[in-house]
Write a protein that binds this ligand. Structure first.
Ligand code: 3PG
Length: 415
């Protein structure tokens, strides 16, 4: 997609004065499981700009957002998010512990221009957690109940654009809809910066969401979009196991506990075809007593899980990054919640500073580490998206963008 020729409506295409706007954002944030504190508010800060602009244009805004996934420790209410959003907005955000029940509907009905409501975590509602085509999502209760209460729908949630959930793809089929400012910026920057011809192009994949990363590799490698894929974190353990390498019993147990071994046949198939392009760590770090200890793979003890990549791997990967023309990095290299295991991620980010490569980074953790190291300004563009960022760059269609395009065609005369 090219700058200035977006195929969907943006906020420039509508008059918001006096309008009730339903705004979908992605303020899904890392949360401390013990304290419930939001650890990084980058996404909240970024969306506050869109909300500010909408109320400045005379709209009243009700916000839809999710946090975590059912069953996960970060699956929680949006109370803490509303406090941070109020702070970044400089305006009171009225947080409702309701999504589309009578209380939410009466509050929406009485919204005045300039007012902002934050509705409850969309994923508390079961239908939101099911992927279906937009036509089916347009018929869900969420969409049927909320859509008549608003004049316009704005989707600013680029970071969830790879999901086909009701709050993302249902509304654009039933009402005039626009991409929000953050979504617009992400699409413009990612679309213009990424040149498939900028070779060598290296992907560095780590962090959680291993199935997404495997799927991405299955797309990228056959299309020739990646010259090398450097693996860290859980996905590297998967590929090490697929190669028949020793990762120790503790790591094997974690992989089994997370159900990730089910991905082994797919990892093996990728290795068979693209083995020379897929790099796995040669050494790793684990915990011995209170200390970080490093060892080559064959010396990993059985009683300690792998928490990070080791120095030899950092050097090998860094060398490749320094010689790349494009680097796309997603997810941290280790268990960065413990500072002893942030070393791998820090080392790779430092390598980017000394590289001439154009770098695009996805996911909040890498930004947080770069900010802590004071190098964020020297690294390329940080997308607010993790999975969506990667999906977009691999040339896959993002359902939430596709439906905005369909919405423009459908509501062409309703502006
Ligand atoms: C993200 O953090 O990548 C988005 O909020 C999407 O979250 P999900 O992978 O749980 O759908």
């Amino acid at each position: 997609m090219q700058l200035h020729s977006l195929p969907f409506y943006t906020m420039d295409d509508f008059n918001f004065d006096g309008k009730k706007v339903l705004l979908r954002v992605d303020i899904n944030s890392p949360i401390d499981p013990k304290t419930g504190k939001i650890l990084d508010d980058t996404r909240i800060r970024s969306h506050a700009q869109t909300v500010k602009e909408l109320i400045g244009l005379g709209a009243s805004v009700a916000i839809l957002a999710h946090q975590g996934r059912p069953g996960d420790s970060d699956f929680t209410t949006l109370g803490a998010h509303s406090i941070l959003l109020s702070r970044h907005l400089g305006n009171e955000v009225n947080y409702l512990e309701d999504l589309f029940g009578p209380y939410a509907r009466s509050q929406i009905a009485s919204m005045k221009p300039g007012e902002v409501l934050l509705l409850e975590n969309t994923r508390f509602y079961s239908e939101e957690n099911i992927e279906k085509v937009p036509e089916a999502q347009a018929k869900t209760f969420l969409v049927k109940i909320l859509s008549p209460l608003f004049s316009l729908y704005v989707n600013d949630a680029f970071a969830t654009a790879h999901r086909s959930h009701p709050s993302l793809v249902g509304f654009p089929l039933v009402m005039p809809s626009a991409g929000g400012r953050l979504l617009q910026k992400e699409v413009e920057i990612l679309g213009s910066l990424f040149e498939p011809s900028s070779k060598p192009c290296i992907f560095v994949l780590g962090g959680g969401k291993v199935p997404d990363s495997v799927q991405l590799m299955e797309t990228l490698l056959p299309k020739g979009l990646a010259d090398k894929v450097l693996l860290t974190g859980l996905i590297s353990h998967l590929f090490l196991i697929a190669k028949g390498k020793h990762v120790g019993k503790a790591t094997t147990k974690i992989m089994e506990g997370k159900g990730l071994n089910a991905l082994l046949p797919r990892a093996e198939a990728l290795l068979k075809k693209y083995g020379d392009m897929i790099l796995t760590p040669a050494d790793v770090a684990y915990l011995k007593g209170d200390a970080r200890v490093e060892a080559p793979l064959d010396r990993i003890p059985d009683d300690s899980p792998i928490y990070d990549i080791g120095e030899s791997t950092i050097s090998q990967y860094s060398e490749l990054l320094r010689n790349a023309k494009t680097v796309i990095m997603r997810g941290p290299a280790g268990y960065i919640e413990d500072p002893r295991f942030a070393r791998g991620s820090e080392g790779l980010l430092q390598a980017l500073v000394s590289s001439r490569a154009v770098s695009l980074l996805g996911g909040g953790h890498l930004r947080a580490i770069s900010e802590r190291l004071g190098i964020a300004e020297k690294i390329g563009y940080f997308s607010t998206g993790g999975g969506a960022f990667i999906t977009f760059l691999s040339g896959e269609k993002l359902p939430a963008l596709e439906v905005l395009i369909a919405s423009k065609q459908k509501f062409n005369s309703d502006k």
